[in-house]
Design a binder for this molecule. Sequence first.
Ligand SMILES: [Zn+2]
Length: 414
Amino acid sequence: MSTALNPKRTVAELKELRALTGDRNGAQRVAFTATWAKARAWLRRKLDEIPAEVHNDAAGNTWATLRGTSEKALLIGGHMDSVPNGGWLDGCLNVLAGVEILRRINAQYAGNPPVTVRLVDWADEEGARFGKSLFGSSACSGNLDMIEARALVDKTGVRLVEALRDHGIDFERVKDSGCELANAAAYLELHIEQGPVLLDFDLPLGAVLGTFGVERHAITFHGQAAHSGSTPMNRRKDAFLAAAKMSPEIYRIAERNGGVCTIGSCTTHPGIVTSVVEECCITLDQRHLDPVALGRMHTEAREASERFAIEGNVGVTWERLWHIAPHPFHEELIAFCDDAIRETCGISHRLPSGPLHDAAEVAAAGVPTVMMFVQSLHGISHNKIEDTKEEHLGLAVTAFDKLADKAMAWITAR
Ligand SMILES: [Zn+2]
């Protein structure tokens, strides 16, 4: 058996999977459906050929294990599930690159690597059917909200609990999957970028610094409705005027602090052409990798809203809609990732991840974690046009394999 990594085989297997589980509208591997189960059965045959020990944990995550001299484990993760009409690479590139790396390690060490190496296919990363992403990894990390998850229902009225049962999973026991992380020493995940940063720099690969934290709020300005003809400009309590001043302000806040800020919606009341706006509600979504800077962006926006309210003689109230902390990745693993990329294609770039990934849950569970991104053509995903140059896919598998080697050496030396 050849001990050489074969990235071309990964590309061929991605095409095989696309033919097996996609249609003219894109990938159809929605978690806990028959097509998803078919994709996983196909994966299992690939893993059996390596051969690796394969089992499903209590949350339905599939684990393939190569036992090593040390019980300390290097984890490589991805997800076979897709959104409906999804792309051909999101999630399954990570898994199939992992399969190729398991093959290489198994052959090189004749079935006994220095550390245990495990590939995990997380169950339902996308949350496409029940509206809750990172199901399998959040059950494993212990962060899954059981009360919220127990109540989830899909569009046709099927409960998550029932869908899980159909796939042999007992909802009440899903957090038992946490035992899988007992010997986890490092976690690596390769993913398409899903955004335009690497494309704009014309770079194939990047080392990911972590996943953004999010502050999401509804901000309501309270003024007074008044006739648009009879009310002089200096006598108005115009809720819209105060809200509108927030728009340029959030660009200044983002520029000062280095994050991203979005006002995604604006509604006015009474919302008629002949009245000054009595009430104006905007939503603000702020994201940053650094928790202190994220907190500062939030405070600055709040102070600005109060200043604009006073200027306009209106009131302002804030309501938090959602919040998640940033999950910065492991410094040393980020450096290894950078090195692996540079050794493969001469140049690397460090970037944060806007979208959440299973890696954020593993990092939250305290396992040293890093991700590698490969350029997305069109900077787009969750769409059948999602694509990456085959040459870049090859570089990604090669660099990710080098990262796996560096992480194994690091685990051994610790
Ligand atoms: Zn994904």
